[in-house]
Design a protein around this ligand. Structure first.
Ligand code: ACO
Length: 328
């Protein structure tokens, strides 16, 4: 075991009840189930109702993760919420989660690394534990992307879903262990994936609303190109620096943005699809929530056994990328 390493001791996820299928979308925009399935691998996604915010799903997911870790909210030192759809621009969504849980002793803050947010959060938690600063850290990836989705734009509105996933990270005890983390960004690509208004560059005005600038915009094909490269690079770099070959991986859990991006990443590291977790068909792209949801499901489905190597890998708006290699 590495000195002061960390491990995931509890996991949980929550998605809204309402399901929106491709057939529902056919009635909303000029699209088809066939187009969406063949271009993205998606069949349905979960959609939050108007009263649900990211902190609500976060709290549900966190409660499950804390129970698995047998940790009381008061024992938490830190709550990190990764999201691009916070409840409010400030205070941080993590502070609402803190209130909901009664985690009165924690430092709570949000991070924004788009779809790579959970990987960034896990990396920070691992570093805080390795440094000896903190012991009990809750990392959450949570998104209600459907509230920043332009439901008149067929090129984006078919892609996204809502959800939250949470992980409790604590010092490793000789079994499971986070072995390697890797995060990187390329700020030259900020325009590829952006929510243009609502910040200090373009504050909310009648004009910004009329121009639909408060909805997510994306250069789909460009994002696709960079996504394939970023996820492959992050995976290869992480495996190489850990001295682990892709043959040794029991499971790859990539960000669930598009089945074709996932397949291309698997090909790049020469991994058969049987060793790749895919649930994009049922949840769509849930951004920062996608990896913790997929990780929780893969364990529930018995796809990881104790001692197995698992690689999480992501890309997202920013452009951000990252990977975490751990022994389950
Ligand atoms: N239904 C039917 N037709 C559509 C739809 C739709 N929903 N959307 C676009 N089309 C049309 C286009 O108008 C175009 O028509 P044209 O040829 O007549 O002009 C045609 O389909 C092909 O469009 P492309 O954009 O070339 O389709 P592509 O094969 O690239 O697939 C997609 C589009 C699925 C968006 C793909 O580019 C992709 O997955 N990109 C990456 C998206 C992604 O991963 N985003 C991550 C966001 S994560 C975050 O940080 C929030």
């Amino acid at each position: 075991m590495q000195k002061n390493s960390s491990m995931i001791t509890g996991l949980g996820y929550a998605v809204p009840e309402k399901v929106l299928t491709n057939f529902d979308l056919e009635k909303m925009v000029d699209t088809s189930d066939e187009w969406i399935r063949t271009r993205t691998g998606m069949s349905e996604r979960h959609i939050a109702d108007e009263n649900t915010a990211s902190s609500d799903l976060s709290t549900q997911a966190a409660t499950i993760a804390l129970a698995e870790a047998k940790l009381k909210p008061k024992q938490l030192d830190m709550i990190i919420v990764a999201t691009v759809t916070p409840d409010t621009l400030f205070p941080a969504t993590a502070c609402y989660v803190q209130k909901n849980l009664g985690a009165v002793n924690a430092a709570a803050f949000d991070i924004n690394a788009a779809c790579s947010g959970f990987i960034y959060g896990l990396t920070m938690a691992d570093a805080f534990i390795r440094s000896g600063f903190y012991k009990n850290i809750l990392v959450i990836g949570a998104e209600i992307l459907t509230k920043i989705t332009d439901w008149t734009d067929r090129a984006t509105c078919v892609l996204f879903g809502d959800g939250a996933g949470a992980a409790v990270v604590q010092p490793a005890n000789g079994g499971s262990e986070i072995l390697k983390t890797f995060i990187k960004s390329d700020g030259r690509l900020t325009d590829l994936l952006i929510l243009p208004a609502g910040g200090s560059r373009i504050p909310a005005t009648h004009e910004s609303v009329d121009k639909r600038l408060h909805y997510l915009r994306m250069e789909g094909q460009e994002v696709f190109k960079y996504a394939v490269k970023a996820m492959g690079d992050a995976a290869i770099e992480t495996l190489k620096s850990a001295g682990v070959s892709s043959d040794e991986l029991a499971l790859l859990i990539p960000h669930q943005a598009n089945i074709r991006i996932i397949q291309a990443t698997a090909r790049r590291i020469k991994l058969p699809m049987e060793k790749v977790m895919v649930n994009v068909d049922r949840y769509g792209n849930t951004s920062a929530a996608s990896i913790p949801i997929a990780l929780t499901e893969s364990i529930q489905q018995g796809r990881l056994k104790r001692g197995d190597y698992c690689l999480l890998v992501s890309f997202g708006g920013g452009f951000t990328m990252g990977a975490v290699l751990f022994k389950y």
